[in-house]
Design a protein around this ligand. Sequence first.
Ligand SMILES: [Zn+2]
Length: 227
Amino acid sequence: MGNRVLASIPTKDFRRLERDLEPVTLGFGQVLYEPRKAIRHVYFPLGCLVSLLTAVDKRRTLEVGMVGNEGMAGMPFILGMGVSGVRALVQGGGDALRMASAPFRIEFDRNRPLRDALYRYTYALMAQISQTAACNRFHDAEARLARWLLMTRDRVGSDEFLLTQEFLAHMLGLRREGVTEAAGALRKRGLISYSRGSLRVLDAKGLKASSCTCYQIVKSVFDRAQG
Ligand SMILES: [Zn+2]
């Protein structure tokens, strides 16, 4: 599975960039960035999925965005900052290409197609983050869970993913019982199955019907931004 930002760059510009890209395999639960800490690498996910989390207090976190193979983790760099505002956590293990911050800055300044692709991506990611904020405040747990599962499915390119209810609670800002209830409702309708930490989407169309409109709104922005 390729990365869509990198795939959009003309071959001659990509060749130069390629020299500084290092293949890495990221494991579930790995932390890439911490708030207020320097960013050492940017990551272009191939098959992995990265969650952007905001700390609410010592115990609770809330997912405010996710980055898969449609984008790049390390958005502050695009905006001229070298420090992360969020915690970036690998929520789906898999491959990525990473680039150290110093060569990335040089390449970002001189590689126009890369810069344009990352500006468009940042626009879409900001739309995703603002929609997620509204979603977390106004939409019920079941619709949010359906939205989250659809977004994850699009980014990992698979109907099955590993996750625990506790993990989902952290992502969605719910109590564990809230996750159990929402997942139970989706399972009862035959939309998902769940066993031993593995969740499978059985009926994506039905899941779309159960999701709030946030899924489609964000998807349309990404489709538009990536042409
Ligand atoms: Zn929503």
